[in-house]
Design a protein around this ligand. Sequence first.
Ligand SMILES: [Zn+2]
Length: 452
Amino acid sequence: MRNRSRVTRRRVVVLSLVAVGTLLLTACTGGSGGAVATVTRQVTAPGHASSSGSPGAGSAAAPTAGQTSGRGSTGSSANPGVPASGVPANDNGGVPAGGTEPDGFKITKLKRGEKAPQFIVFSFDGTGWDAKWQYWFGIMQKVPLHFTGFLSGTYMLSDATKDKYTGPGHATGKSSIPWDAPSDIPVEINNLNKSISLGNEVGTHFNGHFCDDNVPGGNQWDSSDWNNELDQFFSLVRNVDVNNGITAKLNIAAAEIKGERTPCLTGHKADLYPALEAHGMDYDSSFTRTGLSWPVKSADGKIWEMGMSEFPMHGTGHPQITMDYNFYAQQEPDTVAGGAAPSPAKSAADSAQVLATYEDMLKAAQTDGVNEPLIIGNHFNDWNNNAYSNAVGNFALAECGKTGVHCVPFRDLVDWMNAQDPAVLKALQNHQSNLGGCPYLKWPKCDGLIRY
Ligand SMILES: [Zn+2]
């Protein structure tokens, strides 16, 4: 029987509908990781760039030189920015034209007149649930898919060690998402290390998942608060072994963590982006965009804006933020408000509608000439009898691997865009936003006008 708490479970949460607030900050208390409130241009993880990622929860994973999953690297922990091909890293430390990403995707430059690849970026917020890791590892065995997981830093602590985190403006040890048991942590580390070894990307979903239902959160935080959250995130990742009295470590260098999505899609660019820049990060996927379009950089040219699309819900024309919780709130508002769960048949119908919306997006992208990238965002969740997990899984199974379709992490898309001739990229970006058939003058009120 599913009640509301079951629905929201531990990984997650409340999403993007909401918002608001304000706040102040609290000093970073990094626990045994030290009081790392320092913001550096590039937060590094000295001595922690690698680990053997030993399988088996709780088993020791001694740091092993040469095992880092450095960007585009097959081995050098000394310089994760150097791709395996030996081609020097680009300005952002990413893989340049001619190089190969950790997942095998090759960065190439478009020739004049050549059509852009069709990118589909699958991304998940939280990524702290073993069963869902196994589900996605299973799908990766069936189709060529790599994805981005935005890790919640609190999954690097447990209810026994939660006092090592203090969210900006909150009491020590508090979080909007439940704390794991100590025994969950080695399992999570093992899954993350497996994901990294397969070529997936790790980003951040920040830590305590503070939104408007538990202010202060993203909508209230200023730059110093975001810096505090990021400092703590990197510290939690770097010090997961020491903080929890275990030997398992995460097999990732801080420099490989280049992007984020904020909890509940909250926050303001003016506050958030300076903190991203201070931490050497490349992209944001928090702020939704109207229709499909090629991403552009922030006003100062430093942050790629890779938000999800608002796009007509299949069969309705209703503009919809195309993320799981937003679909859920639209399709089953009573359940989201605490009512009974939908019937399995209704959940199946909801799932089919979401899948059809994804297919609409892909068709729209592929038929307007520029193959706008699809940014697909979900949490690890089982909401609505797994309607959203199944929809995104079925979409991956249906499309990844088709000719010209590349299901890759944000990292690969960012590097690909950075590698293009500026004029070629500009032409893609200047293409009118694709509203999936909704007339521009009708947006966002195009109900009943749908097309695919
Ligand atoms: Zn979230």
